[in-house]
Design a protein around this ligand. Structure first.
Ligand code: 13P
Ligand code: SF4
Length: 338
């Protein structure tokens, strides 16, 4: 089905201002007032298109606040988005995240239209390995199961035994009941898993371009300049950063931890937008912000979400031969801990 837009480029008006006023109030601490007349017409138009398309918007924790709080129906870490993608009732899913997240949503929803607002939203970690590399690893370590972080392409998932996310990696590795596993593609997450299990972990040297920029020296500098600073880090950070952290967890784990611990001052060793998103609900916490942006996540914008819903683009499809084996690896992960 295709239909013409009510307006080509939505415009600011008193009606738009009124309809978006509650959201404006909620976001006032993280979205500058001067930006609101730019965002609000898109927010208003996207809500209308979501209704007309029977669409659901899923947004990763790294999306900007106007997306995360403004248009998303489901927000969270990779594990939560994968689980919700399997449950969601809608004709169209719009993944505001990166390509592997949209592929995972498509694997779990073969009959739904899954859109990503920008096809170029990739991931340095996912790009660090392909199916031929996995075949070579299997040759080198015959019979050793391959555990693959969801930050990977469908072809790599299809070549794997089971997927995991940063939230369930130790659980997944231990669920296999084997003495050793091949873990890919993130070396630092793999090292973190190895530090928490008796299972031997054979590593691949993929890294996230955002998290590898954090350093323990920077964190120590921040602790010195911000007394009482609580340090929380994502397991994609290098080992010396994780050793410096007071808590290590997935993006959702980090948010839950900050909610529970309610530190006066905290630094989140992860992508920069997450602090803005959490700050909206925790005004009493001071977020110290070294700003490492993920250039791939930042490709997703309100005008592109609007275009995705209007023109039903860009549809994400998984090549037919990959669907069954890649879905099996994801579903095997989702069954762990049920
Ligand atoms: P989470 O699974 O913790 O949300 O991480 C995804 C990601 O891309 C981290 O860089
Ligand atoms: Fe990939 Fe890193 Fe961006 Fe996450 S933050 S999507 S791992 S490049």
């Amino acid at each position: 089905m295709s239909f013409e837009p009510a307006v080509a480029t939505p415009a600011w008006s008193p009606e738009v201002a009124q309809r978006t006023a509650p959201l404006r109030e909620r976001l006032q601490r993280v979205v500058p007032a001067i930006e609101w007349p730019v965002h609000a017409p898109w927010l208003d138009a996207i809500h209308e298109l979501k209704r007309r398309r029977n669409a659901v918007v899923l947004a990763h924790n790294y999306q900007t606040p106007e997306i995360y709080h403004g248009v998303a129906d489901v927000v969270g870490d990779s594990l939560h988005l994968a689980r919700e993608a399997a449950r969601v009732e809608a004709d169209v899913l719009v993944m505001c995240g990166v390509h592997f997240m949209a592929e995972t949503a498509k694997l779990l929803n073969p009959d739904k239209t899954v859109l990503i607002p920008d096809l170029e939203a990739g991931c340095s970690l996912a790009d660090s390995i392909n199916a031929a590399d996995v075949a070579l690893l299997r040759e080198r370590w015959p019979g050793v199961p391959v555990v693959t972080y969801v930050n990977s392409s469908a072809e790599v998932k299809a070549a794997s035994d089971v997927c995991c996310t940063s939230a369930n990696a130790v659980e997944v590795v231990e669920s296999l009941g084997v003495p050793r596993v091949i873990f890919l593609p993130d070396e630092y997450l793999g090292r973190h898993v190895a530090s928490r299990t008796q299972v031997e972990v054979i590593l691949w040297q993929g890294h996230c371009e955002v998290h590898e920029r954090f350093s323990a020296a920077d964190l120590r500098g921040l602790r010195a300049s911000h007394p009482g600073l609580h340090v929380v880090a994502h397991p994609e950070c290098p080992p010396d950063v994780l050793a410096e952290a007071d808590f290590v967890g997935s993006t959702a784990g980090m948010v839950d931890h900050v909610r529970r611990a309610a530190p006066a001052r905290v630094v989140l060793g992860t992508e920069c937008s997450m602090a803005d998103n959490v700050a909206v609900e925790l005004p009493q916490v001071e977020f110290v912000r070294p700003c490492n942006l993920c250039p791939h996540m930042k490709r997703i914008t309100l005008p592109k979400i609007h275009d995705a819903l209007l023109h039903l683009r860009h549809e994400v499809r998984v090549p037919a031969p990959l669907v069954a084996p890649a879905r099996r690896a994801v579903q095997r992960m989702l069954a762990v801990g049920r």
